[in-house]
Design a protein around this ligand. Sequence first.
Ligand SMILES: Nc1nc2c(ncn2[C@@H]2O[C@H](COP(=O)(O)OP(=O)(O)OP(=O)(O)O)[C@@H](O)[C@H]2O)c(=O)[nH]1
Ligand SMILES: [Mg+2]
Length: 253
Amino acid sequence: MGKVIVVFVGPAGSGKSTLVAAYAKWLREGDASVYTVNLDPAAETLPYEPSLDVRSIVDAREVARKYGLGPNGALVKSMELVTERLEEITSKIAAAEADYVLVDTPGQMEVFLFRDLSWRLAEALRGISPESYAVFVLDASVIRDPADYAFLVTMATAVQLRLGLETAPVLNKIDLVPDVEITGDLLRDFGRVSRALREAGSVYAEMLREMLRVLLKYNRRVEVPRVSALKGEGIEELHRLVLEMSCSCGDLS
Ligand SMILES: Nc1nc2c(ncn2[C@@H]2O[C@H](COP(=O)(O)OP(=O)(O)OP(=O)(O)O)[C@@H](O)[C@H]2O)c(=O)[nH]1
Ligand SMILES: [Mg+2]
């Protein structure tokens, strides 16, 4: 088996960095070798010691000073500079001797996804390993009803289309959700989501139901892992998902 590469994408503060730390720890406890990559030039502190840190190449604070930019301008400029140096980064990932490479992306999802860096990185990673995937991390408190489940799956699909990497949604911070009715059972049962959307009877609910039906036709996985990166819970479920993605890659070859 070559290396498995997993890119963590998600809104600011959803827990990408904490999840990279928790997953790396879990994998290492199982005797796997892990190479962690921090791609966030604006990260202040990280909950793990990155094997490769983009801040040694581009540091957003230095960029802000040098070009006289505010935080957002500095981030956008930093993304451009990282893109220029991408080959340096990806050649280190290619040379890394590891079973798993975990890539932590910039806190501001939009400066990553809506710029060239995202698809260029994905393209380079696919060249390094056909087993390159993305995980879309969302804060579990966002999910309150069946329509939100459809939103989550749709967002993950949008990331997948943008990156060209198979992308799975993961709900983080499950420890903060007291009501597990929606984030618990419902997420494991697409039939229930679909019925609830039909019963809602609105045009939007019907639209979401149709969208879900189409999305799931091309994607056999309906279960969304629920994890607490902070408490290190549910990581096994996340790992099972990563293995499932690598199995379907095997099916195609
Ligand atoms: N309760 C709880 N808090 C969490 C969990 N995962 C992360 N956090 C907290 O959420 C905050 C953001 O976590 P990060 O891992 O920095 O999230 P991120 O997506 O990397 O954030 P940025 O890169 O800054 O956008 C931190 O205070 C974490 O401690 C979790 O599972 N449960
Ligand atoms: Mg982060």
